[in-house]
Design a protein around this ligand. Structure first.
Ligand code: NDP
Length: 419
């Protein structure tokens, strides 16, 4: 018997909520709260009669700690699932601490306003000291470690697919397949086609910021930064085929470098088609990806927010997206004194996701792990207080839950290695 508060009702949250509703023996009650309450009401209405899970809805501006505290006090959840945007991570963590409730999210903190001088000063110092320039990093949320530990509460960070399942794959490889992992390549392939010349599969602002940033990887404990999209490889993905993929910075590299002992190289690759890259470069060149407000006909607009208003809503891509995703990790290392390689991944079909939960596979592959992570916390399978990323917990029950709830793993013990 447990009650969760879900904050956010976008593409990912809607999948997580529908999946929770399928597991109503764990999720007996839920409050769905977001900035636009009508979306929560529409989903609650759609779920009516399909699940014993009791659902209420509320409006909240999660940028305001007081509003989140009032909501938590009113709804009294056992867990707050933050599936809004990374901008709200810290306010929701503050509210959870104030109310004594466990917390989880699907992406690490980044500020909405990257021109804020106070934030910028800390950011620039971090860029110099650490050697990567992404706007997001774990330092902001790791700063809450002691407070969560002392309160006996858990904050589970980044429990989507990547970050999230990819880290569970690393913990699994470390536990069962290797004595020593030398290299990890995370490969995120979307072989889906939505038929639009240009659209993003999840929140455009967050997605475009990530993709237009310099790439980086970790070699021998140090970050190596490269210009955006400057390292390209081709890979033949199971059930998808040959795709071009590009090295990106990605948040889980930072925590894996801390938690996988002795790992020498960590990289992240994502596939992109030429049309996506050409559109993105053009938008970047004309300033449409900027987060700095500009004055337009007497009012201020933020270019990337305006662009978001023009692009298709990621939640609307479901019916038209065909093809599959393939996301996983390739490891090299040693077991019993011998060199070995291992690939663990999931293949997910866009149309199958749509038939099940009315969403495409990108939201599905994020929402299902969020539900499974919540289940780990609510059933006490993951119970160490503090602020933790997924690889810090036992991967076995989590991967079993994913196998049973729509994201089964595949394995290959002789994979082609990325050069
Ligand atoms: P959407 O933009 O589709 O949804 C975001 C939701 O958050 C909307 O319902 C929005 O409300 C709500 N929201 C935004 N600001 C506030 C606020 N101040 N207060 C309350 N609610 C707010 O995003 P996605 O569903 O695509 O992504 C959700 C999260 O998942 C993001 O953090 C994203 O980075 C992460 N993600 C993680 C992945 C992973 O593998 N780990 C992969 C993909 C995404 P409104 O309807 O009013 O706009």
């Amino acid at each position: 018997m447990s009650k969760v508060l879900v904050i956010g009702c976008g593409g990912v949250a809607q999948v997580a909520i529908r999946k929770c509703a399928q597991r109503s023996e764990v999720f007996t009650e839920m409050c769905i709260a977001s900035r636009t309450k009508s979306k929560c009401d529409a989903l609650a209405e759609d779920l009516k009669g399909t699940t014993p899970m009791k659902i209420t809805t509320a409006r909240v501006d999660a940028d305001k700690v007081d509003e989140v505290i009032a909501l938590i006090r009113d709804c009294k959840p056992d867990l707050v699932m933050n599936i809004a945007l990374p901008y709200q991570d810290l306010t929701i963590m503050d509210a959870c601490l104030a109310c004594g409730v466990n917390y989880m999210d699907t992406a690490n903190y980044e500020p909405e306003d990257t021109d804020d001088p106070a934030w910028r000063e800390i950011y620039e110092k971090r860029c110099r000291e650490k050697g990567f320039s992404a706007y997001f990093d774990y330092s902001w949320q790791w700063a809450y470690r002691e407070r969560f530990e002392k309160a006996g509460l858990i904050a589970l960070l980044g429990c989507g697919f990547d970050p999230g399942v990819t880290q569970a794959y690393c913990a699994y490889a470390q536990k069962h397949e290797f004595d020593q992992i030398d290299t990890i390549d995370i490969l995120d392939c979307n072989g889906g086609d939505h038929g639009y010349p240009f659209a993003t599969n999840f929140n455009p602002e967050v997605n475009l910021r990530e993709v237009s940033a310099p790439g980086s990887y970790i070699e021998n404990g140090k970050w190596v930064e490269i210009p955006a999209m400057s390292i390209k490889r081709e890979y033949d993905f199971d059930q998808v085929g040959r795709k071009d993929m590009y090295l990106l910075h990605h948040e889980e590299l930072e925590s894996l470098a801390e938690n996988i002992p002795g790992v020498k190289r960590l990289r992240f690759f994502m596939t992109f088609g030429q049309s996506y890259l050409t559109h993105m470069k053009c938008l970047e060149n004309v300033g449409m990806l900027s987060t700095t407000p500009v004055s337009f006909e007497g009012r201020e607009i933020v270019p990337i927010k305006f662009l978001k208003a023009l692009l298709p809503d990621p939640a609307s891509l479901g019916p038209r997206t065909v093809g599959k995703t393939n996301i996983g990790c390739i490891f090299t290392g040693k077991k019993d004194g011998k060199e070995k390689t291992y690939y663990i991944y999931n293949v997910c079909d866009h149309q199958a996701c749509y038939r099940e939960v009315k969403s495409q596979a990108i939201s599905y592959t994020t929402g299902v792990p969020a539900m499974c992570g919540a289940m780990m916390l609510l059933t006490g399978k993951w119970n160490t207080p503090g602020v933790h990323t997924v690889e810090e917990f036992d991967p076995d029950p989590f991967l079993e839950a994913l196998d049973q709830n729509g994201l089964p793993r595949s394995e290959n013990r002789a994979p082609v290695i990325v050069e």
